[in-house]
Design a protein around this ligand. Structure first.
Ligand code: FEO
Length: 168
């Protein structure tokens, strides 16, 4: 395990706490997919949540990964792990399924239940990928940031990241 970095330059842990909180809400949620209103309400909540996950990804791409890539490029260092770290998650599958679910009220109970099982499976697949992905960012990318950025740069970066996540 990578050594703990001081909180003021730790750019991942606070946003990840929020992401884990969102994951837990849906992992523990119990929805009766036979009930059209319950499904509609779930899809509305999930749409907002998926937007938060997507924003998290974009913020990391723009403010962390691109900066890290540039810094390594300047030093002529190649690190393949950084290149496409957000191209391998299952978030897009869940987003697509939620979009197709909006007419669920007009569907039969059987179709709604079948949709619910698919949605549950897609969300579980996403979470199975997302939790280790966040751990990798904390264990691999945070130490790289500490190695190639100085304390003041990281302090500013952390403030920007929290602001972009609306966590301050
Ligand atoms: Fe922090 Fe890329 O999820």
């Amino acid at each position: 395990m990578a050594p703990r970095v001081p909180d003021e330059i730790d750019v991942f842990t606070a946003p990840h706490s929020r992401m884990k909180e969102l994951v837990n809400i849906y992992t523990e949620k119990c929805v009766d997919f036979r009930d059209g209103s319950e499904v509609i309400s779930l899809l509305q909540d999930l749409t907002n949540t998926l937007y938060e996950f997507k924003s998290h990804e974009s913020i990391e791409n723009i403010f962390i990964m691109d900066q890290l890539k540039n810094r390594l490029k300047q030093r002529k260092i190649i690190n393949a792990a950084i290149c496409d770290c957000h191209n391998d998650n299952r978030l897009a599958d869940v987003v697509q399924l939620v979009r197709t679910g909006t007419q669920v009220r007009e569907r039969s109970i059987g179709e709604r239940v079948s949709f619910g099982l698919k949605l549950q499976q897609a969300f579980e697949d996403f979470v199975r990928n997302f939790l280790p992905h966040m751990e990798e960012e904390e264990q691999v990318f945070q130490p790289l940031l500490v190695e190639y950025f100085d304390y003041d740069e990281l302090k500013i970066l952390k403030e920007v990241v929290l602001k972009e996540h609306e966590l301050v």
